[in-house]
Design a protein around this ligand. Sequence first.
Ligand SMILES: Cc1cc2nc3c(=O)[nH]c(=O)nc-3n(C[C@H](O)[C@H](O)[C@H](O)COP(=O)(O)OP(=O)(O)OC[C@H]3O[C@@H](n4cnc5c(N)ncnc54)[C@H](O)[C@@H]3O)c2cc1C
Length: 324
Amino acid sequence: MLATFAYVRPASLGDAVKQLGKDGALAHSGGTDLVGCLRDGVMKAGTVVSLSRLDDLRGVTATPEGGLRIGALTTIAAIAAHPTIKEKYAALAQAASVVASPQLRNQGTIGGNLCQRPRCWYFRGDYDCARKGGDVCYAADGENQYHCIFGGGRCQIVHPSDTAPALIALDASVRVAGPKGTRVVPLEKFFVLPADDVTKETVLDKGEIVTDVLLPPVDPAMKSSYRKVRARGSWDFALAGLAIAIARKGDRVERVRAVLSGVAPVPWRAAGLERALVGQKLEARTIARAAEAAVAGAEPLEQNAYKVPLVRGVVEEVLGTYIP
Ligand SMILES: Cc1cc2nc3c(=O)[nH]c(=O)nc-3n(C[C@H](O)[C@H](O)[C@H](O)COP(=O)(O)OP(=O)(O)OC[C@H]3O[C@@H](n4cnc5c(N)ncnc54)[C@H](O)[C@@H]3O)c2cc1C
């Protein structure tokens, strides 16, 4: 049952930030995640602050630097269909197109997708787990087939977002508004590992909201993509996935950013994979080395060791598509 809360729809960003600074206030964008969390008692709200009147936070526009600014209230469907994003930031368009179902993509927003809560069944269930302030991660010795193989420690969740790894591969940032003003945070530094704070997924402070996603100008030599593996063809979260942006000079990889989804509590930058590619020709033995490097240091749990060969396979498959 949905608990009682106050509901406000501020008309300005300043007022929204003020309302969100109050104890127990939560931001409401599309509501596709928030309402389920409130109904199931995963989070409690004193006040739900709807962002729906903040029209400036909707839409995609070019920045003076030649990049793109995506308002936080832009729907996932609009991002998947946007011609410039499809052409120049393919990883993001591809990631957006495989988020959830058409209904959820029409309602869910990019701001909400980045700030959604984890899908772990212990966190979502009636368990006083570490992420909810308890002492125990029930997944560590429990049902952990969908949990992490990197970066777990005190909490074994995987980050649920498909757009976040794509945006990090594309070197995006988010603009955040809060009681102390606005700040820009590289998306790579936006997410929080359990070792740093087990009770939150992002660096947002009380009263802060994401207002925009900022994409840098496109490097013409860069090609990007997102591949997601899920248990079924219908809506489902990633078992594993790879967002990658590769720039080549001649037949060699000059620069690369690679981020794994579905394997860690944050979108997981695959630094070893990147090192294995830079300066190399994209050919079978380079790809095999990169796939091995991508899983180096993995620490599977009792039921999710399948993710190790899965990641290796995804890396091999994706890099194969980049061979000229
Ligand atoms: C059945 C189902 C399947 C799904 N499958 C996938 C999937 O495959 N891949 C995937 O990536 N996602 C998936 N999702 C998650 C879905 O994409 C998110 O629910 C959606 O993107 C959230 O957007 P929203 O606007 O509805 O956010 P809301 O539900 O309004 O908010 C989500 C959370 O973010 C906070 N929030 C919202 N906007 C902001 C903001 N601007 N600044 C700061 N905090 C904010 C809210 O307080 C809340 O905690 C799935 C969800 C469901 C219900």
